[in-house]
Ligand binder design. Sequence first.
Ligand code: PLP
Ligand code: SF4
Length: 317
Amino acid sequence: MRKPPATAQSLIADLGLQDALQQDLIESAFAFKAPRHFIAQIQTADAEDPLLKQILPIQAENHSPEGYLTDPVGDHLKNPQPALIHKYHGRVLLIASPKCDIHCRYCFRRHFPYESHANQRHWQKALATISNDRTLHEVILSGGDPMSLSENALLKLCQQIETIEQITTLRVHTRTPVVAPDKAAQNQWLAWTRETRLNVVMVVHSNHGNELSKETGELFSRYRQAGVTLLNQSVLLKGVNDSIEILEELSHKLFAQGILPYYLHQLDKVSGASHFEVEDRLALNLHEQLRQRLPGYLVPKLVREIAGEPYKTPLIP
Ligand SMILES: *Cc1c(COP(=O)(O)O)cnc(C)c1O
Ligand code: SF4
Protein backbone atom coordinates (compact mmCIF):
# COMPACT_ATOMS: atom_id res chain seq x y z
CA MET A 1 0.00 0.00 0.00
CA ARG A 2 1.07 3.58 -0.57
CA LYS A 3 2.64 5.50 2.24
CA PRO A 4 0.56 8.42 3.51
CA PRO A 5 1.77 11.86 2.41
CA ALA A 6 4.32 13.14 4.92
CA THR A 7 3.43 16.78 4.58
CA ALA A 8 0.36 18.90 4.06
CA GLN A 9 2.01 20.09 0.84
CA SER A 10 2.24 16.61 -0.62
CA LEU A 11 -1.31 15.82 0.51
CA ILE A 12 -2.88 18.75 -1.30
CA ALA A 13 -0.78 17.93 -4.35
CA ASP A 14 -2.10 14.33 -4.28
CA LEU A 15 -5.66 15.65 -3.98
CA GLY A 16 -5.24 18.06 -6.89
CA LEU A 17 -5.74 21.05 -4.59
CA GLN A 18 -2.42 22.82 -4.88
CA ASP A 19 -3.83 25.89 -6.57
CA ALA A 20 -6.74 26.19 -4.19
CA LEU A 21 -4.91 25.67 -0.90
CA GLN A 22 -1.16 26.20 -1.27
CA GLN A 23 -1.26 29.85 -0.20
CA ASP A 24 -3.22 29.06 2.91
CA LEU A 25 -0.93 26.41 4.42
CA ILE A 26 1.27 27.26 7.41
CA GLU A 27 4.04 25.56 9.37
CA SER A 28 2.89 24.73 12.88
CA ALA A 29 4.59 23.44 16.03
CA PHE A 30 1.60 21.05 16.18
CA ALA A 31 2.69 19.49 12.91
CA PHE A 32 0.55 18.00 10.16
CA LYS A 33 -0.10 14.31 10.81
CA ALA A 34 -2.67 11.88 9.40
CA PRO A 35 -2.70 8.12 8.84
CA ARG A 36 -3.27 6.40 5.51
CA HIS A 37 -6.80 5.15 6.18
CA PHE A 38 -8.10 8.57 7.18
CA ILE A 39 -6.53 10.14 4.12
CA ALA A 40 -8.08 7.51 1.89
CA GLN A 41 -11.54 8.69 2.99
CA ILE A 42 -10.90 12.25 1.74
CA GLN A 43 -12.49 13.16 -1.60
CA THR A 44 -10.13 14.39 -4.29
CA ALA A 45 -10.44 17.90 -5.72
CA ASP A 46 -12.70 19.20 -2.95
CA ALA A 47 -11.13 21.98 -0.91
CA GLU A 48 -14.15 21.86 1.42
CA ASP A 49 -13.82 18.18 2.25
CA PRO A 50 -14.85 17.78 5.91
CA LEU A 51 -12.05 15.35 6.72
CA LEU A 52 -9.39 17.41 5.02
CA LYS A 53 -10.41 20.45 7.05
CA GLN A 54 -9.75 18.59 10.29
CA ILE A 55 -6.08 18.03 9.49
CA LEU A 56 -4.79 20.95 7.37
CA PRO A 57 -2.74 23.59 9.21
CA ILE A 58 -4.00 26.87 7.75
CA GLN A 59 -3.50 30.56 8.33
CA ALA A 60 -6.65 30.94 10.39
CA GLU A 61 -4.76 29.11 13.18
CA ASN A 62 -2.56 32.14 13.72
CA HIS A 63 -5.60 34.04 14.75
CA SER A 64 -6.35 33.80 18.46
CA PRO A 65 -9.28 35.92 19.48
CA GLU A 66 -9.77 36.87 23.10
CA GLY A 67 -10.86 33.98 25.26
CA TYR A 68 -8.83 31.38 23.37
CA LEU A 69 -6.27 29.78 25.69
CA THR A 70 -3.57 27.11 25.66
CA ASP A 71 -5.34 25.16 28.44
CA PRO A 72 -9.05 25.91 28.01
CA VAL A 73 -10.31 23.00 30.11
CA GLY A 74 -8.02 23.46 33.10
CA ASP A 75 -6.21 20.14 32.73
CA HIS A 76 -2.86 21.54 33.77
CA LEU A 77 -4.42 22.59 37.07
CA LYS A 78 -6.26 19.35 37.76
CA ASN A 79 -3.12 17.36 37.33
CA PRO A 80 -2.26 16.21 40.89
CA GLN A 81 0.72 14.24 39.68
CA PRO A 82 2.17 13.40 36.27
CA ALA A 83 -0.02 11.20 34.05
CA LEU A 84 -3.15 11.61 36.20
CA ILE A 85 -6.07 14.01 35.74
CA HIS A 86 -8.77 13.77 38.39
CA LYS A 87 -11.63 16.16 37.73
CA TYR A 88 -14.79 14.13 38.25
CA HIS A 89 -16.11 11.97 41.07
CA GLY A 90 -15.43 8.25 40.83
CA ARG A 91 -13.37 8.31 37.68
CA VAL A 92 -9.85 9.30 36.90
CA LEU A 93 -8.08 9.87 33.65
CA LEU A 94 -4.67 8.33 33.00
CA ILE A 95 -2.52 9.78 30.25
CA ALA A 96 -1.58 6.53 28.63
CA SER A 97 0.21 7.72 25.55
CA PRO A 98 2.29 10.70 24.52
CA LYS A 99 1.05 10.75 20.95
CA CYS A 100 -1.85 10.36 18.53
CA ASP A 101 -2.00 8.82 15.07
CA ILE A 102 -3.57 12.01 13.78
CA HIS A 103 -3.27 15.67 14.64
CA CYS A 104 -6.75 17.17 14.73
CA ARG A 105 -6.36 20.89 14.31
CA TYR A 106 -9.14 21.70 16.82
CA CYS A 107 -7.64 19.55 19.57
CA PHE A 108 -7.76 21.11 23.03
CA ARG A 109 -4.63 19.16 23.89
CA ARG A 110 -2.51 20.67 21.17
CA HIS A 111 -0.48 22.57 23.77
CA PHE A 112 -0.39 19.91 26.49
CA PRO A 113 3.07 18.53 27.24
CA TYR A 114 2.30 14.82 26.99
CA GLU A 115 5.81 13.54 26.54
CA SER A 116 6.54 14.44 30.12
CA HIS A 117 3.53 12.44 31.38
CA ALA A 118 3.18 9.14 29.61
CA ASN A 119 5.94 6.86 30.78
CA GLN A 120 6.34 3.74 32.92
CA ARG A 121 7.68 5.53 35.96
CA HIS A 122 4.74 7.97 36.07
CA TRP A 123 2.23 5.18 35.40
CA GLN A 124 3.48 3.12 38.33
CA LYS A 125 3.07 6.07 40.68
CA ALA A 126 -0.33 6.89 39.20
CA LEU A 127 -1.50 3.30 39.66
CA ALA A 128 -0.40 3.43 43.28
CA THR A 129 -2.46 6.59 43.80
CA ILE A 130 -5.48 4.97 42.16
CA SER A 131 -5.12 1.85 44.34
CA ASN A 132 -5.20 4.03 47.46
CA ASP A 133 -8.34 5.91 46.48
CA ARG A 134 -11.46 3.93 47.39
CA THR A 135 -13.77 6.54 45.83
CA LEU A 136 -12.68 5.54 42.32
CA HIS A 137 -14.44 2.89 40.29
CA GLU A 138 -13.42 3.78 36.76
CA VAL A 139 -10.10 4.40 35.05
CA ILE A 140 -10.11 6.21 31.73
CA LEU A 141 -7.15 5.70 29.46
CA SER A 142 -6.67 8.76 27.38
CA GLY A 143 -3.79 10.64 25.96
CA GLY A 144 -2.60 11.26 23.40
CA ASP A 145 -4.25 8.11 22.17
CA PRO A 146 -3.93 4.88 24.18
CA MET A 147 -4.45 2.73 21.10
CA SER A 148 -1.30 4.24 19.63
CA LEU A 149 0.68 2.39 22.31
CA SER A 150 2.36 -0.88 21.45
CA GLU A 151 0.02 -3.79 22.12
CA ASN A 152 2.26 -5.05 24.91
CA ALA A 153 2.34 -1.74 26.71
CA LEU A 154 -1.46 -1.36 26.48
CA LEU A 155 -2.08 -4.90 27.66
CA LYS A 156 0.28 -4.58 30.59
CA LEU A 157 -1.34 -1.36 31.73
CA CYS A 158 -4.83 -2.87 31.49
CA GLN A 159 -3.76 -5.95 33.42
CA GLN A 160 -2.38 -3.78 36.19
CA ILE A 161 -5.61 -1.81 36.39
CA GLU A 162 -7.53 -5.09 36.58
CA THR A 163 -5.76 -5.94 39.84
CA ILE A 164 -7.09 -2.82 41.59
CA GLU A 165 -10.03 -4.10 43.56
CA GLN A 166 -12.35 -1.07 43.59
CA ILE A 167 -12.02 -0.47 39.85
CA THR A 168 -14.96 -2.02 37.98
CA THR A 169 -14.76 -0.20 34.66
CA LEU A 170 -11.97 0.46 32.23
CA ARG A 171 -12.67 3.09 29.65
CA VAL A 172 -10.54 3.83 26.60
CA HIS A 173 -10.84 7.18 24.86
CA THR A 174 -9.44 6.74 21.38
CA ARG A 175 -9.61 8.04 17.83
CA THR A 176 -7.29 5.35 16.41
CA PRO A 177 -10.01 2.79 15.48
CA VAL A 178 -11.72 5.45 13.36
CA VAL A 179 -8.69 7.00 11.69
CA ALA A 180 -6.38 3.98 11.49
CA PRO A 181 -8.38 0.75 11.96
CA ASP A 182 -5.43 -1.25 10.66
CA LYS A 183 -3.37 -0.10 13.68
CA ALA A 184 -6.10 -0.62 16.25
CA ALA A 185 -6.69 -4.33 15.66
CA GLN A 186 -4.81 -5.47 18.79
CA ASN A 187 -5.59 -9.21 18.87
CA GLN A 188 -4.10 -9.92 22.27
CA TRP A 189 -5.83 -6.95 23.81
CA LEU A 190 -9.15 -8.15 22.38
CA ALA A 191 -8.51 -11.60 23.83
CA TRP A 192 -7.95 -9.92 27.19
CA THR A 193 -11.18 -7.89 27.01
CA ARG A 194 -13.11 -11.15 26.54
CA GLU A 195 -11.72 -12.57 29.77
CA THR A 196 -11.41 -9.60 32.08
CA ARG A 197 -13.68 -9.04 35.08
CA LEU A 198 -13.74 -5.33 34.15
CA ASN A 199 -16.47 -3.67 32.14
CA VAL A 200 -14.65 -2.37 29.08
CA VAL A 201 -16.01 0.77 27.44
CA MET A 202 -14.48 2.33 24.37
CA VAL A 203 -15.35 5.92 23.54
CA VAL A 204 -14.29 6.53 19.96
CA HIS A 205 -14.16 9.90 18.29
CA SER A 206 -15.77 10.44 14.92
CA ASN A 207 -17.07 13.75 13.62
CA HIS A 208 -18.43 12.87 10.20
CA GLY A 209 -20.01 9.85 8.52
CA ASN A 210 -17.30 9.89 5.85
CA GLU A 211 -14.84 8.77 8.53
CA LEU A 212 -16.66 5.46 8.92
CA SER A 213 -15.71 2.84 6.37
CA LYS A 214 -16.02 -0.88 5.71
CA GLU A 215 -12.73 -1.31 7.62
CA THR A 216 -13.95 0.55 10.71
CA GLY A 217 -17.19 -1.43 10.59
CA GLU A 218 -15.29 -4.73 10.62
CA LEU A 219 -13.11 -3.60 13.49
CA PHE A 220 -16.04 -2.42 15.62
CA SER A 221 -17.78 -5.69 15.03
CA ARG A 222 -14.74 -7.48 16.48
CA TYR A 223 -14.72 -5.17 19.50
CA ARG A 224 -18.36 -5.88 20.12
CA GLN A 225 -17.84 -9.60 19.88
CA ALA A 226 -15.17 -9.18 22.54
CA GLY A 227 -17.76 -7.57 24.84
CA VAL A 228 -16.63 -3.96 24.51
CA THR A 229 -19.33 -1.28 24.88
CA LEU A 230 -18.91 1.26 22.08
CA LEU A 231 -19.77 4.95 22.39
CA ASN A 232 -18.84 7.95 20.28
CA GLN A 233 -17.94 11.53 21.01
CA SER A 234 -17.84 14.24 18.37
CA VAL A 235 -16.80 17.84 18.39
CA LEU A 236 -19.14 20.27 16.70
CA LEU A 237 -16.97 21.94 14.05
CA LYS A 238 -17.78 24.76 11.69
CA GLY A 239 -17.44 23.69 8.08
CA VAL A 240 -17.10 20.02 9.08
CA ASN A 241 -20.31 18.85 10.74
CA ASP A 242 -22.39 21.93 11.58
CA SER A 243 -25.37 20.77 9.57
CA ILE A 244 -28.40 18.72 10.53
CA GLU A 245 -28.03 16.32 7.59
CA ILE A 246 -24.42 15.54 8.49
CA LEU A 247 -25.14 15.04 12.19
CA GLU A 248 -28.19 12.91 11.49
CA GLU A 249 -26.26 10.73 9.07
CA LEU A 250 -23.39 10.41 11.56
CA SER A 251 -25.71 9.03 14.25
CA HIS A 252 -27.21 6.51 11.83
CA LYS A 253 -23.83 5.41 10.52
CA LEU A 254 -22.41 5.04 14.01
CA PHE A 255 -25.32 2.87 15.05
CA ALA A 256 -24.97 0.78 11.90
CA GLN A 257 -21.42 0.05 13.12
CA GLY A 258 -22.63 -0.81 16.63
CA ILE A 259 -21.77 2.51 18.30
CA LEU A 260 -24.08 4.78 20.30
CA PRO A 261 -23.64 8.57 20.16
CA TYR A 262 -22.55 9.82 23.61
CA TYR A 263 -21.36 13.42 23.54
CA LEU A 264 -21.46 16.24 21.01
CA HIS A 265 -18.93 18.73 22.37
CA GLN A 266 -18.93 22.42 21.87
CA LEU A 267 -15.39 23.36 20.87
CA ASP A 268 -12.93 23.98 23.66
CA LYS A 269 -11.51 27.44 23.15
CA VAL A 270 -7.96 26.43 22.48
CA SER A 271 -5.74 28.92 20.72
CA GLY A 272 -5.42 28.09 17.04
CA ALA A 273 -8.90 26.60 16.69
CA SER A 274 -11.20 29.63 16.65
CA HIS A 275 -12.13 29.12 13.00
CA PHE A 276 -13.98 25.92 14.00
CA GLU A 277 -16.25 27.62 16.52
CA VAL A 278 -20.00 27.14 16.13
CA GLU A 279 -22.19 29.65 17.94
CA ASP A 280 -24.19 28.30 20.86
CA ARG A 281 -27.43 29.39 19.24
CA LEU A 282 -26.74 27.28 16.14
CA ALA A 283 -25.49 24.36 18.28
CA LEU A 284 -28.73 24.35 20.27
CA ASN A 285 -30.77 24.64 17.12
CA LEU A 286 -29.00 21.65 15.54
CA HIS A 287 -29.47 19.63 18.71
CA GLU A 288 -33.18 20.41 18.78
CA GLN A 289 -33.48 19.24 15.18
CA LEU A 290 -31.63 16.03 16.02
CA ARG A 291 -34.20 15.40 18.76
CA GLN A 292 -36.96 15.86 16.22
CA ARG A 293 -35.43 13.48 13.70
CA LEU A 294 -33.83 10.69 15.71
CA PRO A 295 -34.81 8.17 18.36
CA GLY A 296 -33.63 9.33 21.78
CA TYR A 297 -30.80 6.81 21.91
CA LEU A 298 -29.22 8.28 18.77
CA VAL A 299 -29.17 11.86 20.08
CA PRO A 300 -25.80 12.74 21.67
CA LYS A 301 -25.68 14.99 24.74
CA LEU A 302 -24.67 18.50 23.73
CA VAL A 303 -22.08 19.63 26.26
CA ARG A 304 -19.29 22.04 26.95
CA GLU A 305 -16.38 21.50 29.26
CA ILE A 306 -16.07 24.36 31.71
CA ALA A 307 -12.91 24.42 33.80
CA GLY A 308 -13.78 23.80 37.45
CA GLU A 309 -17.26 22.31 36.85
CA PRO A 310 -17.85 18.81 38.29
CA TYR A 311 -19.12 17.33 35.01
CA LYS A 312 -19.39 18.18 31.33
CA THR A 313 -21.98 20.90 31.29
CA PRO A 314 -25.10 20.49 29.10
CA LEU A 315 -25.87 23.46 26.86
CA ILE A 316 -29.27 24.90 27.64
CA PRO A 317 -31.21 27.50 25.68
C1 PLP B 1 -14.32 14.06 30.04
C2 PLP B 1 -13.55 13.61 31.19
C3 PLP B 1 -13.95 12.48 31.93
C4 PLP B 1 -15.17 11.66 31.58
O1 PLP B 1 -16.36 12.31 31.78
P1 PLP B 1 -17.72 11.50 31.55
O2 PLP B 1 -18.79 12.49 31.70
O3 PLP B 1 -17.74 10.40 32.57
O4 PLP B 1 -17.64 10.92 30.17
C5 PLP B 1 -13.22 12.14 33.04
N1 PLP B 1 -12.12 12.82 33.43
C6 PLP B 1 -11.71 13.90 32.74
C7 PLP B 1 -10.50 14.62 33.20
C8 PLP B 1 -12.39 14.33 31.60
O5 PLP B 1 -11.96 15.38 30.92
S1 SF4 C 1 -6.99 12.13 18.32
FE1 SF4 C 1 -7.97 13.23 20.01
S2 SF4 C 1 -6.27 13.78 21.38
FE2 SF4 C 1 -5.38 13.23 19.40
S3 SF4 C 1 -5.19 15.15 18.25
FE3 SF4 C 1 -7.17 14.26 17.69
S4 SF4 C 1 -8.66 15.17 19.13
FE4 SF4 C 1 -6.58 15.49 19.97
